[in-house]
Design a binder for this molecule. Sequence first.
Ligand SMILES: [Zn+2]
Length: 257
Amino acid sequence: MSQSSISSILHEMVDVCHRLARNKMVSATDGNVSVRVDGNSFFTTRSSIHKADVTTHDFVEVDRTGKLISGTGNPSTELKMHLFIYEQRPDVNAVVHAHPTFATAFAAAGKALDKPVFPEVLVMLGKVPLAPYGTPSTEELPESLRPYVQDHNAILLANHGAVTYGATLKQAYYAMEKLEHAAQIILYARMLGGEQSLSGEQIKKLVSISEESYGKTIPDSHVHHFLSNTQHNDDGLFTEKDVYEIIKRIIRRLEIS
Ligand SMILES: [Zn+2]
């Protein structure tokens, strides 16, 4: 890879680190960013640096086993998680790990973000699962992701934070920003009585236009999950809310008679 290509990757990584800090998705030295340079090497943030202070000199180059190739300092403490994602997903070229306030609140409460609420979120992220807790910096963390990595591009890490990834660094960072924004709104919606899911019909319509309108398809497994989790069930089955309303009506009738 040419020196100018490497320089442009490092500048983009600096920009993402600064955005993470500016948007309060990390505190102190939290979070890490990495990019696949080619099949065998990766740039990652060095450990123990505030993401607001990162410059192009704060990245190290490592091989697929995590061995230092160039740069000064130690690679990020969560390098094992990054390398695991690259190993499992050859289509992924960038990984972002952060502790954004609202997404991490869901992760701390043991709640996934997997209801069909916002069309853009469904198209961009699909459902966001919650991986069980794994001790940071150990093999436990990548292992906790194993069931989810293939089929998702954003994962909440229980009692820890979130990880997002994509074909480009921009995609990986935007996924983190989208995840955090969705988590914030859903938390507010729950304070107002709870978010309303899209109906099965609305989901099917979104699936039919997503390729043309967004240039992206929603994976079948995610569509199936969303369709089985709609509040307005179109198949004639009653939701919990429907049953509650019916019972209320029956009681009212009994009281009248
Ligand atoms: Zn972390």
